[in-house]
Design a protein around this ligand. Structure first.
Ligand SMILES: CC(C)(COP(=O)(O)OP(=O)(O)OC[C@H]1O[C@@H](n2cnc3c(N)ncnc32)[C@H](O)[C@@H]1OP(=O)(O)O)[C@@H](O)C(=O)NCCC(=O)NCCS
Length: 171
C-alpha cells in the first residue's frame, strides 16, 4: 500500500520539469509522512512546546487519493539557523509560520485546491496569532500570482548560496 507521503512524492515527480525544479526535486515520502503525523498530533493535542514544528496537510479526491499537499513550519521563539542568519539576515528569535511546500497534481490545477490548502495554513497562523511568510523562487510566477491573489506581498529579495533569487513574501 502506498503511504500518503509516497503519493505526494509521485505528484511532485509528475510535475512539468520547471515546476519540479522550483520544488527542489521530489521530497522523501517518509519526510512527508512525518509532517502529516505532526499535523494529526497537533489536531489531537495542540502545539508541542518546540521551537519549530512542521505540519503537513493533504487534499484528497473523492476516492481518498491525495491530489494536493502543503506543509508549514510553526516557529515559536525559534533561534535563526546559520542559513537564516546569513541569507535572510534574521538575528532575533523567529515567531512566524513559514510556508514550506505547496503542490497540486497537474490534472487538478486552477480548481481551487491550493486555495483550500493555503487557507488551512493561514488558519494556523491566525489561530496562533502569527504572521505568515514564505520564500519563493523569483521566477515561480504561478505561486507568486497565487499568493498575491491572497494578499501575500513581497517583502524583500535574497539570494541562495547558489545565487538563485528568492522573494520573501508575507502578510
Ligand atoms: C502553484 C500551484 C500550487 C497552484 O495550485 P492550484 O490548485 O492550481 O491553484 P488554485 O486553483 O487554488 O488558484 C489559482 C490561482 O493561482 C494563480 N495561478 C495558478 N497557476 C498559475 C499560472 N500558471 N500562472 C499565473 N497564475 C497562476 C492564479 O492567481 C490563479 O487564480 P486565477 O485562476 O483566478 O487566475 C500549482 O500550480 C502547483 O502545484 N505548482 C507546482 C508546485 C510549485 O511550484 N510549488 C511551489 C514551491 S514549494
Amino acid at each position: 500500500m502506498t503511504t500518503l507521503g509516497q503519493q505526494v512524492r509521485t505528484i511532485v515527480s509528475n510535475l512539468p520539469r520547471q515546476d519540479k525544479l522550483f520544488f527542489g526535486g521530489p521530497p522523501h515520502g517518509s519526510e512527508i509522512d512525518r509532517e502529516i503525523k505532526n499535523y494529526n498530533t497537533y489536531l489531537e493535542s495542540g502545539l508541542p512546546s518546540r521551537q519549530r514544528v512542521c505540519l503537513g496537510i493533504c487534499a484528497f479526491d473523492q476516492n481518498g487519493q491525495v491530489i494536493g499537499y502543503t506543509s508549514s513550519t510553526i516557529m515559536t521563539n525559534a533561534n535563526p539557523t546559520k542559513y537564516e542568519r546569513e541569507s535572510i539576515k534574521s538575528t532575533t528569535p523567529l515567531n512566524y509560520i513559514q510556508g514550506k511546500k505547496i503542490v497540486v497534481a497537474q490534472a487538478y490545477w486552477r480548481k481551487g485546491v491550493a486555495e483550500k490548502l493555503f487557507k488551512e495554513s493561514l488558519g494556523l497562523a491566525k489561530t496562533h496569532n502569527k504572521k505568515w511568510v514564505t520564500d519563493i523562487n523569483a521566477k515561480n510566477i504561478a505561486v507568486l500570482k497565487f499568493l498575491e491573489k491572497h494578499d501575500i506581498q513581497k517583502q524583500f529579495s535574497w539570494n541562495t548560496l547558489r545565487g538563485t533569487e528568492m522573494y520573501r513574501v508575507g502578510n
